[in-house]
Structures are given as structure tokens and as C-alpha cells.
Write a protein that binds this ligand. Structure first.
Ligand code: VAH
Length: 309
């Protein structure tokens, strides 16, 4: 049995649906602090739960005889800067709750998402390597960097089979993102599809690593289905789909929506975006578990506008 914690989030929603397609609706328990989409709630077992409550997480795992946990609950970069203590508590306490179940052999396998937010202003910004300087400047980035160190420690010291991916910005249409700096790349499609213009909170030349959700979900399943000995990086894997700037995605949308206009009003999220790399080297994922992205900018834009229009 599988438990997805944070099943109602931007990644969690689509991940839960995919896992249910693969392993059966009743094999995948969805858990979150609040209920999710009608489609998600109708598709299989659901538990209202607090990822920070270790007793509740353990009770649910024992009750449903959970073998694998995908811990998708977190407070993201932008909101984390508004509520630093809450972001740290949610992102770290939830991780220890799940890692400890692995250490106690109550569950067999864990997926935990990291992020390109682990990189900072002193990290090489182009084609950022798997192993490099990481001095993150956001609470979210610090929590992800620390979380990676703990995943490595629990794997090396207690044999916990925890696997992780440093997601770039993720673009999807099924579930709205919450509190991310890369969320502009989702908001822009909702405006374009509605025939409205978009005021972007980042500068037009802010290049960021991005990925279409379809690729991110497939990567998550692929790393979890890989043989344990293939997963050599037990902190977290760099993963890259594409890189683009707001101007580039705006132009790609204009091909479909010629009247669409974007204005640029950078806010506090500009400094967060400036601290992150522009592009990522994911050779390790390609070598160790045969990662291969399938969506690039034009394909993604067509997909997003098709589903949102
Ligand atoms: C955020 N979408 O913006 C998340 C992600 C790399 C960005 O971690 O915070």
C-alpha cells in the first residue's frame, strides 16, 4: 500500500491519480490537511491528516499497512519567506516523521521532493552540477538542503530507502500551485486562456529551470521503480526539463494568442528567483536511472492552452 502525504497539492494531486492508475485506487491512500478536488476525493481512500503529527502519520501507516510514503507536503519559497518558522516546522518535522518510520522498518520506501531552491547566489548558475556550492537564501531552500542531508544520513546510517528529486519549477493545469516563485509560469496560462493580459511578478529576462508536470510525475514514478542499487545519489537528483524566461514563454503563448500582452512588475519574488540557477545539469539522473525529459516549451504551451481554453 502507498500513502501520499500532501495529496491535494500541485504535485500530490496528479501524483496520487497516476499512482492509482498504476497500482489500483485502493492501493493508494491520499492524505492531506484539507480535502482536495472532486476527482481526487472520488477516486480512492482519503484521510484528513497533519504531516507534522508523528503519531497520526504512524497510525495511518499501521492501519493501512503502508509500505511506501510519498511526502509531498511543504510550504514553498514565497510563502516560506512570509512565515519562516511555520515553513521550517512543516518542512522538517514532516520529514523526520517519515524518515523515522523508515528507520523503525515500519515502511520500506520513501519519496521526498527537493528543489532547485537548494542552490543559492554562489552556485554556478548555468548548467548547475549535481555536486556544487549550495548556499540557499530562502527558508524553503534551507529546509530542502537540510532535508537532503538528513535523507543521505538516514540512508547511510539506518539503511532507509529514501529517494529524492530536485524539482525545477513545475507547470500544470489540473491543480493551482501555492506560494511558489515559479508560479508565474502557471498563472500566465490562466490569463491567456481567459483572453486577459498578464502582469508578471518577475523581470522579463529571469531565466529559470522548469518542467511540465507530466514529465515530473513520470520522473517520480521512474526513480521509485528503479532498483535500489541504481539510485546512487541519496541526497537528491538534479532534474531538468527546460529553461525559459517570462519573455520567452509569453512569445510562445502569443503564437497561439496573438492579442496576449504581458507587463512586468517585479516584486519580492524577484530576489528569490535571482538566487536560483538558470539551467540545471541532470546527467546523473540520465545515467543512473535513464531519465529523459519529453516536453519542451512549445509542446507544453500547446498542451496547457488546450486544457485551459
Ligand atoms: C517554488 N515551485 O517556487 C517551487 C519550486 C523551484 C521552485 O521549489 O518555490
Amino acid at each position: 500500500k502507498i500513502l501520499v502525504i500532501g495529496a491535494c497539492g500541485q504535485i500530490g494531486t496528479e501524483l496520487t491519480m497516476r499512482l492509482r492508475e498504476l497500482y489500483g485506487n485502493d492501493a493508494v491512500i491520499a492524505g492531506d490537511i484539507r480535502e482536495g478536488s472532486e476527482e481526487l476525493m472520488a477516486s480512492g481512500p482519503f484521510e484528513i491528516m497533519d504531516a507534522m503529527d508523528g503519531n497520526q502519520v504512524e497510525d495511518i501507516c499501521l492501519h493501512y499497512e503502508i509500505e511506501e510514503v510519498y511526502l509531498m507536503a511543504a510550504m514553498l519559497s514565497a510563502t516560506g519567506e512570509k512565515y519562516p518558522d511555520k515553513a521550517w516546522k512543516l518542512n522538517m518535522n514532516s520529514l523526520f516523521n517519515v524518515l523515522d518510520l523508515g528507520k523503525e522498518k515500519k515502511i520500506d520506501k520513501i519519496f521526498w521532493p527537493s528543489s532547485i531552491a537548494v542552490f543559492g547566489p554562489t552556485t554556478p548558475q548555468e548548467n548547475t552540477p549535481q555536486h556544487t556550492v549550495m548556499e540557499p537564501t530562502t527558508v524553503y531552500g534551507i529546509s530542502k538542503q537540510t532535508g537532503e542531508r538528513w535523507c543521505q544520513y538516514y540512508h547511510d546510517k539506518y539503511g532507509v530507502d529514501v529517494r529524492s528529486i530536485r524539482y525545477p519549477g513545475l507547470i500544470s493545469w489540473k491543480t493551482l500551485p501555492g506560494g511558489g516563485t515559479t508560479d508565474y509560469a502557471v498563472d500566465i496560462f490562466h490569463k491567456a486562456a481567459a483572453g486577459e493580459n498578464y502582469e508578471c511578478f518577475l523581470k522579463d529576462d529571469t531565466q529559470l529551470p522548469m518542467m511540465y508536470m507530466e514529465d515530473a510525475i513520470r520522473a517520480t514514478v521512474e526513480i521509485m521503480e528503479a532498483p535500489a542499487e541504481a539510485v546512487k545519489e541519496r541526497s537528491s537528483y538534479n532534474l531538468s526539463g527546460m529553461s525559459f524566461t517570462p519573455a520567452q514563454i509569453a512569445n510562445a503563448i502569443k503564437v497561439h494568442k496573438p492579442a496576449f500582452e504581458v507587463s512586468y512588475q517585479p516584486d519580492y519574488r524577484q530576489a528569490i528567483a535571482d538566487s536560483w540557477p538558470g539551467s540545471i545539469n541532470d546527467d546523473a539522473a540520465r545515467k543512473d536511472w535513464q531519465w529523459q525529459p519529453q516536453f519542451e516549451l512549445e509542446t507544453m504551451v500547446a498542451e496547457m492552452l488546450k486544457h485551459l481554453s
